[in-house]
Design a protein around this ligand. Structure first.
Ligand SMILES: [Zn+2]
Length: 83
């Protein structure tokens, strides 16, 4: 698996300052300049995290999720709906 080729998207959040990162069917919240923790980090103590390089490419992915991916649907206008 070549991490540099992996695609991700951002899910706008109206509650938080930064959008959520959508990657590998999971969502991640920004924790540092280049570090993202799984959205379930606080609630479920999920240890999964993503690190990016300066150019916004994913260079590290800890996929140790302790839960199923959240279910959401991307609408045609680019917004997301949680199912
Ligand atoms: Zn997780």
């Amino acid at each position: 698996m070549r991490l540099l080729d992996l695609q991700y998207e951002f899910m706008p959040s109206n509650k938080k300052k930064y959008p959520l990162l959508v990657f590998d069917n999971h969502t991640f919240a920004k924790k540092g300049r280049r570090l993202w923790y799984c959205s379930k980090n606080v609630k479920l103590a999920c240890k999964a995290q993503v690190r990016m390089d300066e150019g916004g490419r994913i260079v590290y992915y800890n996929s140790a999720h302790n839960h199923d991916p959240p279910r959401f649907h991307k609408k045609k206008d680019g917004s997301y709906v949680r199912l």
